[in-house]
Write a protein that binds this ligand. Structure first.
Ligand SMILES: Cc1ncc(COP(=O)(O)O)c(C=O)c1O
Length: 407
């Protein structure tokens, strides 16, 4: 704990100054992740667009902008927030899924890059704007011979994302009929199926397809990369990935004489490990079988363990020398609400502070007011100094927009 990037003393002070539960972000770690990504791809013309769905706090967006990333948005509201954070339209890409065409019109008006992922909106784009609005096209490569058949079934064959490779004749028809300038191709494989092999198979398909579209200048490979984690076999080295990309990139240039720019839209790679949820133990309980440590948070603040079984390291910062014991770390919602089952922690006592690690991505951004509980405050550490970047809710936040009928 003494070597932890956020020192124990600082965490205790943050808890006493801002209360718990509290989201804490380490700006320096975000910077390191961006630098790692850039270093890996330094021999390729590459741009990063932070996937703001992972965490859309304005101060985080401004930090990303300060560090020179663009931003990947998925709703007209995200476009508005990105503009509000100061991103210029040419540094914003709009990658929505299944949206009403009006939302695309708003994005066109804002002047951001447009990514189209279904034939219906491609036709509407052509009819509305003809040659005047360029777009990216998102591909579903339908990789059906991958080793993890179940995940591929769920994430590709049943996928609602992108236009299936087999439907690209229709894409060409629409593009030719309306003269739509296709300037980019896009592929995002979810972290659930992501591996180096998937990434490279997908990349090969995209590079091949780029030969059919002479106006394509950008290839966008989305996000989905997990940051390095020593014990996770599904994590792959971004440097090895970049090396494999480099070959494809230069081979394409040699074969076609065309120079491409590669784009990536990482969310979790940039911010997952930079974020922590600091919670307080309210109740220690044994039901005759299991020891529970009940904390003042739950899936209303961090849904990932319940939603897709994400594993978060948890540290008892109040009793780091305590005897090791096994606990189910649970939240206070009136539902099954587990952060961790059978987790070994230094003995936890009521009042102890627990630090839930790797909570920066899809933590606050997926939080809710379920059980009428307040969302946590958020603090960002910049140059060792804490800045409050979101206040804790109050009752007014729960009442906002409600209209009462008095009977
Ligand atoms: C189109 C697109 N780009 C980027 C991302 C970011 O993914 P990740 O946070 O896994 O990097 C997502 C996540 O769902 C996405 O759908």
């Amino acid at each position: 704990m003494e070597n932890h990037p956020l020192q124990k003393a600082m965490l205790k002070k943050l808890a006493s100054d801002y209360g718990t539960p509290l989201y804490i972000y380490d700006a320096y770690k975000i910077k390191q992740q961006i630098e790692t990504f850039r270093k890996a791809f330094s021999e390729i013309d590459m741009r990063l667009f932070y996937a703001m769905k992972a965490n859309s706090n304005l101060s985080i967006l401004k930090w990303m902008k300060h560090l020179g990333t663009g931003v990947d948005t998925v709703s007209a509201n995200e476009v508005a927030l990105a503009l509000r954070a100061g991103f210029r339209p040419e540094n914003i890409v709009f990658t929505p899924n299944m949206v009403n065409f009006d939302e695309i019109k708003q994005a066109v008006k804002a002047g951001v890059f447009i990514n189209i992922e279904n034939l219906s909106n491609l036709e509407k784009l052509g009819k509305a704007y003809g040659k005047s609005v360029p777009c990216f096209i998102r591909i579903n490569p339908l990789l059906d011979d991958m080793p993890w058949e179940n995940d591929v079934e769920a994430w590709h064959k049943q996928s609602k994302f992108g236009i299936a490779l087999q439907q690209f004749d229709r894409v060409h028809d629409l593009v030719n009929r309306y003269g739509i300038p296709v300037i980019g191709l896009h592929l995002h494989a979810s972290h659930v199926i992501m591996s180096r092999e998937v990434f490279l198979r997908g990349a090969q398909i995209v590079f091949e397809l780029a030969k059919e579209f002479s106006g394509v200048k950008y290839l966008d490979f989305g996000g989905g990369l997990r940051p390095e984690e020593p014990d996770n076999p599904k994590v792959f080295d971004v440097f090895a990935l970049a090396e494999a990309f480099r070959e494809k990139f230069y081979q394409f240039r040699q074969e076609t004489g065309r120079k491409l720019q590669l784009w990536f839209e990482p969310g979790r790679f940039l911010i997952r490990q930079a974020g922590y949820l600091l919670v307080r133990t309210e109740v220690i309980k044994n039901n005759g079988i299991v020891d529970f440590t009940g904390v003042n948070s739950g899936f209303n603040h961090l849904i990932r363990p319940m939603l897709y079984g994400s594993w978060h390291n948890i540290i008892n910062i109040s009793n780091p020398a305590g005897e090791k014991k096994k606990y189910n770390v649970v939240g206070n919602l009136c539902e099954i609400d587990n952060f961790a089952i059978g987790r070994t922690l230094n003995e936890v006592r009521e009042g102890d502070l627990l630090l839930v690690e790797n909570a920066g991505a899809y933590g606050f951004s997926m939080s809710s007011h379920y059980n009428s509980r307040f969302k946590p405050a958020e603090v960002m550490i910049v140059n060792d100094k804490p800045f409050l970047i979101r206040k804790r809710d109050t009752l007014d936040d729960l009442l906002r927009n409600q209209i009462e009928i008095n009977f």
